[in-house]
Design a protein around this ligand. Structure first.
Ligand SMILES: C[S@@+](CC[C@H](N)C(=O)[O-])C[C@H]1O[C@@H](n2cnc3c(N)ncnc32)[C@H](O)[C@@H]1O
Length: 269
């Protein structure tokens, strides 16, 4: 990322963080957990607002994320005796009915069985407690084949078929859900007043060749396959590289419109 992209991303992350925290209607004295906290985007937002006037849990499946949050917390000098909980959200190492708020940002995309995670959030929340989250709905993003014309691409139909198939794969945690399925899963878990508020962001821009290559080779998360790797499950490397090159040649420096859907989620126990 260059400086401008970095600043835009940071501003976007802060805006998402604030929206989740506002949605959660946080209050002093509450017991709050940021599950899949990563480097603590939501949790540090809570601390900025409440310092030591809340009980805060940084939680992640990976110890290095917790270590990083602990290090940042030590550097901030915020006087909060935050807890650090290493746990998988599919099997949360907390007792029943103990939290006022459970929050996540971009964690559900890592989890194959969303229903199980919602059962767990419901179990650990107190009655009246709330789950709040932000999640990209990647299955409904603009697809490559929608940006291209069939006559421009060698074997367009094959690539379209492959992309449709892997973007609708029920076993892929990144794409196996929609706003509607999240809503259904939350209600099934027992939540009341479920709101899954979908927003569509449109960006119109002219990507550079390098940026287009990055669309293909950058995985959406360290443990997930890049788009190139997904295509390689259908075609050999020569054919995939040729496809990427054709896409670069066709789209570079031309205006493209890309839509991405996101959801803000609120559910009360
Ligand atoms: C995209 S990052 C988001 C991090 C953070 N929530 C943020 O807003 O910046 C996803 C996080 O979810 C965590 N994660 C993935 N699978 C998990 C699981 N099954 N249980 C708990 N955390 C998980 C990862 O370790 C990572 O920190």
């Amino acid at each position: 990322m260059d400086e401008i992209q970095r600043e835009q991303t940071l501003n976007w992350l802060l805006a998402v963080r604030d929206s989740v925290l506002n949605l959660a209607d946080l209050k002093e004295g509450q017991k709050i957990a940021d599950f899949g906290c990563g480097s603590g985007l939501l949790a540090f937002g809570v601390l900025e607002r409440f310092e030591d006037r809340v009980d805060l849990i940084f939680s992640d499946k990976f110890q290095d994320c917790l270590d990083e949050c602990q290090k940042i917390l030590n550097e901030t000098k915020i006087k909060n005796k935050a807890a650090f909980l290493k746990t998988d959200v599919s099997d949360i190492k907390l007792e029943n009915d103990c939290l006022d708020r459970a929050m996540t940002r971009s964690v559900l995309v890592h989890i194959k069985d969303k229903q199980q995670v919602f059962y767990e959030f419901y179990r650990v929340l107190k009655n009246g407690g709330m789950y709040c989250a932000f999640e990209p709905i990647i299955s409904e993003n603009t697809r490559y084949y929608e940006l291209l014309k069939s006559e421009e691409i060698t074997d367009y139909t094959d690539f379209k078929k492959a992309e449709k198939e892997f973007m609708e794969n029920p076993n892929d945690p990144l794409v196996n859900f929609s706003a509607e399925s999240l809503d259904k899963n939350l209600i099934e878990a027992g939540f009341l007043d479920v709101v899954v508020n979908v927003q569509v962001a449109s960006s119109n821009y002219s990507p550079k060749k390098d940026a287009i290559l990055n669309w293909f080779i950058t995985p959406p998360a360290p443990d997930q396959k890049s788009m190139k790797e997904r295509f390689l499950e259908y075609f050999d490397e020569k054919k995939v590289d040729n496809f990427i090159m054709e896409v670069q040649n066709i789209l570079a420096d031309k205006p493209v419109k890309i839509e991405s859907k996101t959801a803000f989620i609120k559910a009360v126990k």
